[in-house]
Design a protein around this ligand. Structure first.
Ligand SMILES: *[C@@H]1O[C@H](CO)[C@@H](O)[C@H](O)[C@H]1NC(C)=O
Ligand SMILES: *[C@@H]1O[C@H](CO)[C@@H](O)[C@H](O)[C@H]1NC(C)=O
Ligand SMILES: *[C@@H]1O[C@H](CO)[C@@H](O)[C@H](O)[C@H]1NC(C)=O
Length: 395
């Protein structure tokens, strides 16, 4: 409903509410209503607003007849009543006073319905409007941007995310991944990531609609915003999701991650997200013990690209790399000797510990450094244990 037609409705509504207020007041207590309410409404706007504040709020709060809906519109109603023509209000009031109790009740129900319609729209309705706008090609690009921004906020609660497909929204958002406008593509990827994060239902829906491959292509975008949002969406789709992971590996997702991790000219946010996903995927493997472990974790080059990240000067990236290495080490199929001889993990760990010792003197991030140091020791311990086992095996 447009703003002007809503206002027109409100004006009509205001007069009806006023009339009913009067009729009820009169039937309940003649002296009060005559004295305070109607006579002032007839005469002066100021007095009417005062009266309205005293009287109509009482009606608006009357739970028996107007339960729900009224409180949020109180301000609008007050405005509408303040802008109504007192003469017209009197007419409708007199008309209403002639109504029988049944007719009055019916009119109240009509008002209630009207109020329901005027009430703040539900999230599902707002999502529907945004989806309709995206489908309306006669709208300018800025309206499509706005529609996506709205969806981005709306899909955050899990119930809304679950509704997105029911409302026909997923195919529309996925279609926008191909929009020539980079901002449209970026926000669409972001929406898909948000909606499928920790949500197996939406993960399944998005995967079935075939969006993963497109998102993986977008990770290679030269726009860093687009690439990071696409990788966010890819991670959200495959996290704890076997079908998603199988598709991911079938589309050479391991190579994609390896290329990002091993290329130092790629934006660090993307490299962090990649190694974080590696840690996550390895952890999923660890938890799914009975399933066969996937081969890509034992690819020597892949493992080296993870180990090499420990040489970064960014502590956060180092930490994420260490967590990934730890999870990889815990996998049965990861070979300790490959990590030692091919990836140089032993050297990397020694170098890292030395670097951390130097950083320890810097007061301001000592806690971070100490955490990292203990993580480093933990990884070293697991690594030594794994190496010892191999040595025993061969001896
Ligand atoms: C009606 O109003 C009068 C005076 O304002 C008051 O004393 C009386 O209690 C009211 N009666 C009812 C039923 O509310
Ligand atoms: C598309 O948007 C235009 C411009 O706002 C509007 O006039 C038209 O009714 C819309 N079409 C549909 C199908 O909603
Ligand atoms: C590394 O990334 C840069 C920037 O994305 C790219 O131009 C370059 O080709 C990549 N290098 C390799 C070896 O893939």
């Amino acid at each position: 409903m447009g703003r002007s037609s809503a206002m027109r409705w409100l004006l009509i509504l205001a007069s009806v509410v006023m009339a009913i207020t009067m009729a009820r007041a009169e039937s309940v207590n003649k002296s009060t209503s005559d004295g305070l309410f109607w006579s002032t409404a007839k005469e002066e706007g100021d007095l009417m607003r005062k009266a309205e504040a005293e009287e109509s709020t009482a009606v608006l709060n009357d739970k028996d007849d107007f339960d729900g809906g009224f409180s949020s519109l109180d301000g609008m109603l007050q405005w509408a009543i303040g802008h109504s023509d007192p003469a017209k209000l009197k007419d409708s009031a007199e008309h209403v006073q002639r109504l029988s109790p049944d007719e009055l009740k019916k009119r109240q129900m009509e008002i209630k319905e009207l109020m329901e319609r005027l009430k703040t729209p539900s999230d599902a309705q707002l999502m529907q409007v945004a989806i309709d706008d995206l489908n309306n090609l006669s709208l300018p690009l800025e309206d499509h941007h706005r529609a996506l921004q709205e969806l981005l906020i709306l899909v955050e609660p899990i119930d809304n995310a679950n509704d997105l497909h029911k409302l026909g929204g997923l195919p529309v958002v996925i279609r926008e991944l191909n929009n020539p406008d980079p901002e449209m593509r970026t926000t669409s990827a972001w929406i898909l990531g948000k909606a499928s994060q920790n949500n197996p239902l939406v993960q399944k829906q998005v995967l079935e609609l075939g969006a993963l491959m497109k998102l993986m292509k977008m990770v290679k975008s030269s726009s860093i915003e687009e690439a990071t949002k696409a990788l966010f969406a890819v991670s959200a789709l495959v996290r704890n999701n076997l079908d998603g992971q199988e598709l991911f590996y079938a589309e050479a997702g391991d190579l994609m991650l390896q290329d990002i991790m091993s290329n130092s000219s790629i934006d660090i946010r993307l490299r962090k997200k990649s190694v974080f996903l590696v840690a996550d995927l390895a952890e999923y493997q660890l938890e799914a013990r009975n399933k066969a472990e996937l081969p890509f974790f034992s690819n020597h080059f892949f493992l080296k690209s993870v180990v090499d990240l420990t040489a970064s000067t960014d502590l956060d990236l180092q930490e994420k790399a260490l967590v990934a290495i730890k999870n990889l080490l815990l996998l049965r199929t990861t070979e300790a000797l490959v990590l030692k001889d091919f990836c140089g993990l032993d050297v990397a760990l020694v170098r890292m510990r030395q670097q951390l010792q130097h950083l320890m003197v810097e007061e301001y991030r000592r806690d971070n450094v100490m955490d990292l140091e203990s993580l480093c020791r933990e990884v070293e311990l697991i690594f030594r244990g794994k190496l010892d086992k191999v040595k025993t095996w061969y001896s």
